[in-house]
Design a protein around this ligand. Sequence first.
Ligand SMILES: Cc1cc2nc3c(=O)[nH]c(=O)nc-3n(C[C@H](O)[C@H](O)[C@H](O)COP(=O)(O)OP(=O)(O)OC[C@H]3O[C@@H](n4cnc5c(N)ncnc54)[C@H](O)[C@@H]3O)c2cc1C
Length: 440
Amino acid sequence: MGPYVDSVGYDHDLPSHSDVVIIGGGIIGVSAALELARRGISVTLCEKGYVAGEQSSRNWGWCRQAGRDEREMPLITESLRLWRNMEAFVDADVGFAQCGTTYVGDGEKDRADFENWLAMAQPYETGARMVSGDEFERLMKAPPQGRFALHVPTDGRAEPQKAAPAIARAAIKAGATILSPCAVRVIEQSAGQVSGVVTERGRIRCNAVIVAAGAWSSLICSSLGFSLPQMTVRGSVLRTSRVENGPESCTWIGQLGFRKRHDGGYTIADGATFPTPIGPESFKFLRQFTPMLRQEWRGAKPYLSWDGLGAFFQRSPAPDRPSIFEQVRTLDPRPDMALLNRSLRTMAKIYPQFEAAQITQAWAGLIDVAPDAIPYIGQLPSTPGVTLATGFSGHGFGIGPAAGGLAARIAVGDASEAGVASMRLTRFNDGSPIILGTGP
Ligand SMILES: Cc1cc2nc3c(=O)[nH]c(=O)nc-3n(C[C@H](O)[C@H](O)[C@H](O)COP(=O)(O)OP(=O)(O)OC[C@H]3O[C@@H](n4cnc5c(N)ncnc54)[C@H](O)[C@@H]3O)c2cc1C
């Protein structure tokens, strides 16, 4: 079972028309809905399960610039500005705290990687620096033992189980319609332009659609004949009971990632092991994913999966029959308890105060990955009116508020919005080289 998620208070009536329909109620979809509603544009968001039921409540909650690829830096800088003001903006607690992130390194390769990142990030005024010695000890609450760290003090954390629901409630208050459960079966087009969506409750006519469907985006795009390269990996996460006097900063050390929670416990995970479910779809995009699989083969751990996304084996979605989106309301893979127990033991070796900590809850999430680990944000060239914002590759929560806002502006043809060329949808079939994104 996934983590407990705050409630939203959904709408009940299906509108016959909406200027924009958003598919997916994760952090991206709800952020887009809020942007559009605040602009007075009629917008309906359809969520097949419940808001934040999939990745957007299951993530670690890091909102980080640290380790980000240069192509994402402008968006994450903007997103952090939004996170800092989020509480006032949505009139609810989203648990944001500017606690910084710390990547611990020990060796010449780590040092060179951190220094390269610092040089790239310099124009973004993140306040990032290398720390060692006493400063390391103060920050980490652990002796350096020859180690050093990349520290970004302007990074933060937010509570995934609170954030997307709070943004959704603000969007409803601003005039958006949010329907759940309401699966979109297919996107319809007429005369080469998007004309509506067919949901399990009926049809909504619209001028624009935003696909923010996370791990399902490739499947929904197939109803338009567009082949979106996508793979999924499984991340397991635990949260602990309250622990006193632990470190404040979101921290990456060895294979371990952890952060303090607003309830005084910690969210902990192994950040280097991401089992990859292999189903019939996996082979379709093997060529595009080969460079990533070569680089990440150690942590990838392929396993056969015939459930969840393996259900793609079924017939393509059609407007007039129940779809896989209704059969699998919420992706809820089983967490790897052996891995999580090992992570907690490692944590207790570094911090003895974790020896008495209990695992209060454990869960897993399926992460949608693009071949270069950089998201897709842009208009579908083959179907005017369809905008995609997906493929966030394990780091879309922190960047979500700005990315959703960008998708919303692209969807309504905001003339001031040029989009982000490096995030265009066609980059894997226009002959461009695949440049893998940096960072975990
Ligand atoms: C274990 C884990 C750790 C992570 N850690 C971090 C982190 O620390 N920091 C960070 O920035 N990111 C992190 N991420 C990544 C981040 O969670 C995701 O990138 C982000 O939440 C993606 O948001 P989304 O809105 O695109 O997708 P999702 O949150 O997956 O939402 C997509 C929604 O679309 C709905 N949907 C799909 N198809 C349909 C349909 N046909 N009709 C209606 N609804 C549909 C789904 O039900 C789902 O609710 C992590 C992810 C995981 C799983």
